[in-house]
Write a protein that binds this ligand. Structure first.
Ligand SMILES: [Mg+2]
Length: 285
């Protein structure tokens, strides 16, 4: 802990459509950059809407040992002994200290039940489905469905009644102080939080524990990455031709990868790692 500590670079990345191909989930074009990060001991923080159970197999596959952020900022997973100081409340889950920012699914379910009862809507959430039911409804494989059901802070649900509108639903959810988003197949209920809040807390932990300047680089492809990209020194947009809401309009100063998915990710990460000027130009905190 002194002012002569070297600058610590940290990469924070979204997964789907960013480090992973939007359609095939392949990451292999990013292998050269992933190897370079390992060689230089640069932390790589996975920051995703996926659950911890979904992230863990991929994290093992790329031999990643850094903290990660799950369920759109609902939880921060920090390997035991990774930081010497964590001045926030944590709980132990397996080999991780977990900072919870989201509302537990059991509380989200109570709110969802009340919303259904008050409006005469029949609702069905992930908590009420078996893995085989989810696999059948979503096209996930059975093991993928098992992992997708292990949620803590984000509750996917459907309304089986016809007598509702998206707008009504959004209003009702907001009255409970909760957030409503629409995914590909399901609605999602969560506490009104985003990836950015979790990123800010994790970067603070790196600053406290590193004791020297920290330079954060963030990569994302879609709207739910916006708050993360606003928290980092160097935001990078990975273009996604499938995205309905391009990020470039919202972050005019961000760098833009030249290719979608892992190919663009690889090129831009390699270019940033060799850019010596970057640390001098960025305003470090
Ligand atoms: Mg994405």
């Amino acid at each position: 802990m002194n002012s002569t500590s070297p600058m610590l670079q940290i990469i924070l990345t979204d997964l789907d459509g960013t480090l992973l191909d939007h359609q095939t989930y392949d990451y292999s074009p990013a292998r050269p950059a992933l190897a370079k990060l390992k060689e230089k001991n640069i932390p790589l923080v996975l920051c995703t809407s996926k659950t911890a159970a979904e992230v863990l197999p991929f994290r093992a596959e790329i031999e990643n040992e850094d903290p990660f952020i799950v369920e759109n900022g609902g939880g921060i997973y920090i390997p035991n002994s990774y930081f010497s100081t964590i001045p926030m409340e944590t709980r132990q889950i397996d080999h991780f200290l977990v900072i919870s920012l989201g509302k537990p699914c059991s509380e989200l379910q109570e709110a969802l039940d009340r919303i259904g009862d008050e409006n005469g809507w029949v609702v069905e959430s992930f908590l009420q489905m078996t893995a085989s039911q989810l696999a059948e409804k979503s096209g996930l494989s059975l093991p993928q469905a098992v992992r997708a059901l292990q949620r803590e802070f984000d509750l996917p649900f459907r309304i089986l009644s016809q007598n509702y509108s998206r707008r009504q639903l959004e209003e009702k959810v907001q009255r409970f102080g909760l957030r409503f988003t629409q995914g590909g197949r399901f609605f999602h209920l969560s506490k009104d939080g985003e990836k950015g809040e979790a990123v800010a807390q994790l970067l603070e932990l790196y600053r406290i524990n590193h004791g020297g300047p920290v330079l954060s680089i963030g990569l994302g492809d879609s709207h739910n990455d916006l708050s993360m990209l606003r928290e980092v020194h160097v935001p990078v947009i990975i273009p996604n031709p499938h995205s309905l809401a391009p990020l470039s309009d919202e972050l005019p100063a961000a760098q833009r990868a030249h290719a979608p998915g892992p190919k663009g990710w690889n090129d831009v990460v390699l270019s940033l790692l060799v850019d010596e000027r970057m640390g001098k130009e960025a305003k470090l905190t």
